[in-house]
Design a protein around this ligand. Structure first.
Ligand code: ATP
Ligand code: MG
Length: 554
């Protein structure tokens, strides 16, 4: 069993899964003396997305639950695609999700010197050799799983020659691709990853963190177990595609005589109506199909943050998705449910009208100047505010029908509705322009103290204080559940052309002081958050989610 909740009071309720069981068993048997050290090892070659959030919640979560620590490690062994810009965004996103690595911030590239030493150790023991096969030959010699591969003609070089050549590789004597260092394992293994894998390559490219002193770089499969072992990681959690690499991970640990870190694989998060791979997200950004990495339609953590998604909702979502050993596709509706559930408890209520219709009140002498209203009926601590009221209101155009269709319970001539928080409105007539187009409706106000029997409540704002602000309504970025489901069809053909609608809303004055990140429920419409484009007195609102699951489905 896991220990009781610690560290977070808002931690999601927990369910057992196989990684919790493995760690509990290791703690029981004392495999690592009861220590739990995990790591989150992003490659700084893009922005984090909600798939990474699953790994972050698991890595940091397992450490927190077990009084352990989780390291944040930039897995920066490939200088071609990596950039400091990405490392900074990764740190900001992990912090925003609510996790703290304390002093444990590391770079794989800080271990390059130790990695070279370990590679030299392998060479001395006759377990690695410098190979000069071209990439095409290397592939051909490696063969196919059902037949043994062929040994490289360079496989029997002496350790002395190999050491000399490897040192000259490092000294920059050879051009890119001229030589590689390979581990000498088993050319007949059914697992291709064990057929003398490449562990070092020549790359005359400066490194964003380690500088320009390197022209050889270790391959992931060699570097990762060393990084884990140097940091004495106990449970190295990664996604399922690394399962076939595990024998090589274990080989490196054993043959380099390292701390016995254990690799454990779990299924990656896949979401409907979304693409998750960094390469595809980069393509959307570069082709300007979205407005940058933090476009609120993207599944990036910075996009979700800008959209107004609370980090606790993402943690709750990750816990609910669970940890399994088989790949599956999670319905994005589950994420939206977790967001709504959180915002219902935490977001302040306010009134805003997207599609305005003027209401002229015919008994202005009976009107209150302001209406006292609770900020969040779900949260007694959220306080109250005064909302201005007046002889002219603005209501939603759709809440009125001159000729009501069957079962239309909102406003129509002669009918009454409740005005949210305020009282009752009875429609007494309509005003039209010369062309016969409806311009306003007329009505009488009845206070709460004299309740009318009504079947609907509508929201409103007082016209004399209402201000018009920009709102951005988001729909799903793709219009099919699996945009990258078919290799033969470009995922971009499934982009939803209506994924962003920019419009205006008439809002109550309390919304005008909103600053970036403030979250609201616009009553009866949805959850909205003030965008970073907001100016003092002129907020811009992003719709985080509609109130109900009413997304257009195809
Ligand atoms: P992508 O495939 O999206 O480009 P990646 O796997 O290359 O991502 P890394 O920076 O290498 O990204 O990932 C860091 C960690 O996050 C790894 O441990 C990886 O297994 C994990 N991770 C990446 N994508 C997902 C996902 N969709 N679900 C769960 N974990 C993920
Ligand atoms: Mg990767």
């Amino acid at each position: 069993m896991t220990r009781p909740a610690q560290a977070r009071s808002d931690a999601p309720a927990r369910t057992m899964h196989f990684i919790r069981e493995i760690i509990a068993e290791d703690n029981r048997t004392g495999t690592y003396d009861g220590r739990v050290v995990t790591r989150f090892p992003p490659e700084p070659n893009g922005y984090l997305h909600i798939g990474h959030a699953k790994a972050i919640c698991l890595d940091f979560g397992m450490a927190l639950e077990n009084d352990g620590v989780c390291h944040l490690r930039m897995d920066d062994t490939n200088p071609i695609k990596e950039d400091i810009e990405y490392s900074e965004s990764i740190k900001a996103d992990v912090r925003w999700l609510g996790f703290d690595w304390g002093p444990h911030y590391y770079h794989a590239s800080d271990y390059f010197e130790q990695m070279v030493d370990l590679a030299c150790g392998l060479i001395r023991e006759g377990k690695a050799y410098v190979c000069e096969l071209s990439p095409e030959q290397w592939k051909e010699y490696r063969g196919i799983p059902t037949e043994p591969g062929r040994e490289s003609p360079y496989r029997q070089r002496s350790p002395e020659d190999n050491l000399d050549l490897f040192q000259r590789m490092r000294a920059g004597e050879f051009p890119d691709g001229a030589k590689v260092l390979r581990a000498k394992i088993d050319m007949a293994s059914p697992n291709l990853h064990l057929r003398d894998p490449v562990i070092y390559r020549i790359l005359h490219t400066p490194h964003p963190h380690a500088g320009d002193s390197w022209c050889i770089y270790p391959m992931y499969d060699f570097a990762h177990p060393i990084e884990d072992a140097i940091e004495k990681i106990t449970h190295s959690l990664c996604t399922l595609e690394f399962e076939v690499h595990r024998p090589l991970y274990d080989w490196v640990i054993r043959n380099c005589h390292l701390f016995p870190s254990r690799q454990i694989e779990f299924a990656r998060l896949e979401l409907t109506y979304t693409v998750m791979s960094k390469r595809k997200l980069l393509e959307l950004v570069q082709l300007k199909r979205v407005n940058g990495w933090d476009d609120p339609r993207l599944p990036t953590l910075c996009g979700l943050r800008r959209r107004g998604v609370p980090p606790a909702a993402i943690r709750e979502f990750c816990e609910r998705v669970g940890i399994t050993k088989y790949d599956s596709l999670t319905d994005v509706a589950l994420l939206e449910h977790c967001i709504r559930d959180n915002l219902n408890r935490t977001a302040r209520r306010a009134m805003a009208v997207l599609n305005p219709l003027r209401v002229i009140i015919e008994n202005p002498e009976a009107l209150p100047a302001t209406i006292r209203s609770r900020n969040n009926p779900e949260d007694p601590d959220a306080g109250e505010r005064d909302i201005p009221f007046g002889p002219e209101l603005v209501i939603e155009r759709d809440d009125f029908a001159e000729v009501p269709p069957p079962k239309f319970f909102r406003l129509s001539p002669g009918k009454s509705v409740r005005l949210r928080n305020a009282g009752f409105l009875t429609c007494t007539g309509v005003e039209k322009d010369a062309a016969g187009v409806l311009t306003a409706i007329r009505g009488t106000f009845t206070p709460m103290s004299e309740p009318l029997k009504v079947k609907a409540t509508i929201h409103w704002v007082a016209a004399h204080t209402a201000k018009s602000v920009e709102v951005r309504l988001y729909d799903r970025l793709f219009n099919v559940p699996e945009p990258d489901g078919d290799r033969n069809v470009d995922f971009k053909t499934h982009l939803n052309p209506d994924s962003l609608t920019v419009t205006t809303a008439w809002v109550e004055p309390s919304l005008l002081t909103a600053t970036a990140g403030d979250r609201f429920q616009f009553e009866r419409i949805g959850y909205f958050a003030a965008d970073s484009d907001s100016q003092p007195g002129a907020p811009v609102f992003n719709r985080t989610v509609p109130l109900r699951d009413s997304w257009k489905r195809t």
